[in-house]
Design a protein around this ligand. Structure first.
Ligand SMILES: Cc1cc2nc3c(=O)[nH]c(=O)nc-3n(C[C@H](O)[C@H](O)[C@H](O)COP(=O)(O)O)c2cc1C
Length: 186
């Protein structure tokens, strides 16, 4: 069983470094005295500063109500060590289950929101609901990342990228073309 990972404070304006590649994330929430977690693949960076992130959280999920009502969540980045937990959490409802207990995960206190960080994840991004204008039409929540925590190593964690049909791709080889970028594009 993976252990909690020590994380360091990280600049919210730089969370694209982890989320732009489109990894599967675990979204934790807290409402009416209870914690929950869901698996999520549909997210998108929208702005560096303020650090804005859009997530499609279907209204059929218990997390949808919890996050809409509380106006908060934490977006956590799991690695391949948590593959079975990612699948299990995304295939059951938190309405009647404590998923932290069921999947042996550690709820750690956040500093800016009441939703907990998931200790075993490589990174955790504390989010506040920034704009709910598209929730009614598309279940699309726009969050501001108000505090970020990242494990100092490895620099490129092995993340999960869902292709549908129960199959994941795993992040791999790193290539750089940094010299070809205009400075303002970096
Ligand atoms: C790999 C994977 C990716 C998922 N991506 C999303 C997503 O982007 N948005 C969403 O609403 N549900 C997504 N789900 C489904 C939810 O995680 C699932 O319905 C979960 O049981 C919701 O839990 P809850 O009812 O406790 O909130 C995904 C599930 C899996 C397994």
């Amino acid at each position: 069983m993976p252990k909690p990972v020590r994380k360091e404070v990280f600049p919210p304006a730089r969370v694209r470094r982890y989320l732009e590649p489109g990894p599967i994330v675990l979204v934790s929430s807290h409402w009416q005295g209870r914690d929950n977690i869901m698996t999520l693949g549909w997210h998108m960076i929208m702005e560096f500063s303020p650090s804005l992130l859009a997530c499609m959280i279907s209204r059929g999920n218990h997390s949808h109500r919890m996050i809409r009502e509380s106006g908060e969540c934490v977006v956590n980045l799991p690695t391949t060590r948590l593959t079975d937990e990612v699948v299990g959490i995304g295939n059951c409802s938190g309405a009647g289950t404590d998923k932290f207990a069921a999947f042996g995960l550690t709820a750690e206190p956040a500093s800016e929101v009441r939703a907990p960080l998931i200790g075993e994840c490589h990174a955790s991004f504390e989010c506040r609901l920034h704009d709910d204008a598209l929730v009614g039409k598309y279940d699309l929540f726009v969050f501001e990342v108000v505090k970020a925590h990242v494990a100092p190593s490895p620099r490129h964690p092995e993340t999960l990228h869902y292709t549908g049909d129960g199959v994941f791709m795993v992040s791999g080889r790193i290539i750089s073309r940094r010299p070809l970028f205009r400075p303002e594009m970096l």
